[in-house]
Design a protein around this ligand. Sequence first.
Ligand SMILES: Nc1ncnc2c1ncn2[C@@H]1O[C@H](COP(=O)(O)OP(=O)(O)OP(=O)(O)O)[C@@H](O)[C@H]1O
Ligand SMILES: [Mg+2]
Length: 412
Amino acid sequence: MSTHNLICALDIGTTKIAFAIANSSSKGIEVLGLGRASHFGVRHGVVVNIEAVAEAIQKAREEAELMSGLRAEKIWVSVGGNHIQSFDSHGMVAVKGREVNGDDIARVIEAAKAVVIPSDRQVLHVLPKDFKLDGQEGIADPTGMTGVRLEAAVHIITGNQAIIQNVIKSVERSNLQIAGLVLTQLASATAVLSADEKNLGVSVVDIGGGTCDMITFLRNSVYHTNCIAVGGLNFSNDVALGLRTTQTNAEEIKKKFGAALADIGGLNDESIEVESVGGRTPRSVARSSLCRVLEARSDETLRLIKKEIEDRGFVGKLGSGVVLTGGGAELRGLVEMGDFVFDMPVRKGLPTRVGGLADVVSAADFSTVVGLLLFGFEQEKPRIIAREQDPGLSVRMGEFGRKLKDFIARTI
Ligand SMILES: Nc1ncnc2c1ncn2[C@@H]1O[C@H](COP(=O)(O)OP(=O)(O)OP(=O)(O)O)[C@@H](O)[C@H]1O
Ligand SMILES: [Mg+2]
C-alpha cells in the first residue's frame, strides 16, 4: 500500500479519547497507529472542558503518530450525546433527462433537506431511506431507472450548534483539520454490523462511559437514533456506593471481577478484596455482592433500551436483534442478560473489516474510532480509486494549485 491515502479518526468519548491513523487503498484500510488518553473534559458525551479535551487529544495523537511514524492532519471526528435529534423528511423533484442520474438524486436529497431547522441546530447527516419513482415505492437506488417524478424519504440527524462548536474548538486547538463530523453511534454501527444485519433490521447500542447511544437500521437504512444518559460510570458509581469503596477501586473491581448476573458460574463462593474509603483497612467482600449491585444496574439499563425499542414500534421488526458495543458491553454476562430481557438475539459487537493493527483495535471500546475510519474511507474512496488509476493526478492537481496561487498572487 502506498502511504498517500491517510485516513485519521478521533473519538471524543466521556472517559477516553481514541485517535487512529490508517492507510487506505481501493482494497480497504490498514490501521497503523492508535492512541488513547483518559480525561475528565466530557460529561455524558458532551464537551464541558475544552482545555482538558484538547490536552487529551494531543496525548492520544502523539501516541498514534509515534506508533505509525506518520503525521495526522485531517481527521474524522465523532459527535454524540443527548443533544442529538433525528427525524424523517421527504423531498420530490422532476427527473431532468429520461433516466435518473446522480444529479437527480443529489437534487431530491437537497429538496428533502429543505425543512425548517431551528437556528441553534446543525445538520450532521441526511441519510436516504428509500426512493419512489412515479409512485413505485421501495427503490434503494434509482440510478439508471426511467421515470418522471422522483421522491426521496430521508432521515435527518441534527445536533446542538453550541455543543458541536465546542467539539470543533477542542480539535482545532490541536492544529488538526476536521474532515467531517460523524454521529457516534453511526460510526460504531459502521464498524460492527454486517450488511445482512442492517438489511434484516438491527439496533446497535454503544454502551460507553457516560451514555448508551442507540441506532436502528431497517432495510439497510437508519430509522432511528437515541441517547440514554446512562453508561459505565453509573455502574462504577453504584459499586462505589454499594461496597463503600473509592471510584478508582470500584472501576477496577467492576472490570476484573464484575458480572451482570450474580449467579453466573460459581461466583457465590468467591471473595474479593475491596479498598475502604478514608484510608481504612481493606475488606473482604463476597464477589456475588459486587455482581448483585451490577445486576440491578444492568437490568435497569437494558430495560430502558428495551422500552425505547418498544416505544418506537420496532418489536418484531429487528430480524438481527440487538448488538451491544462500547466498553460497557464488555461486562461479563451482559449479552446473556440482554437475550433474556429483549427476548431477541443479542451479540457483542467488535470492530471488524480493517487490517493492520486489527487485533489491537478489536475491542468494543474502539468501535467508534474504527467506524470513523471506515466512514471516512467510504467518503474518500472515489478519490482514492481515481488516484490509483491515474497516479499522476495528485501531482498534476498540486501543480495546478501552485499555478492558481501564483496567478492570484499576481493579480491582486
Ligand atoms: N470489562 C469491562 N467490564 C465492565 N465495564 C467495562 C469493561 N471494560 C470497560 N468497561 C466500561 O466501559 C466504559 C468505557 O467505555 P467507552 O470507552 O466505550 O466509553 P467512552 O467512549 O469513553 O464514553 P461515551 O461513549 O459514553 O462517551 C467505562 O465505564 C468502563 O468502566
Ligand atoms: Mg464512546
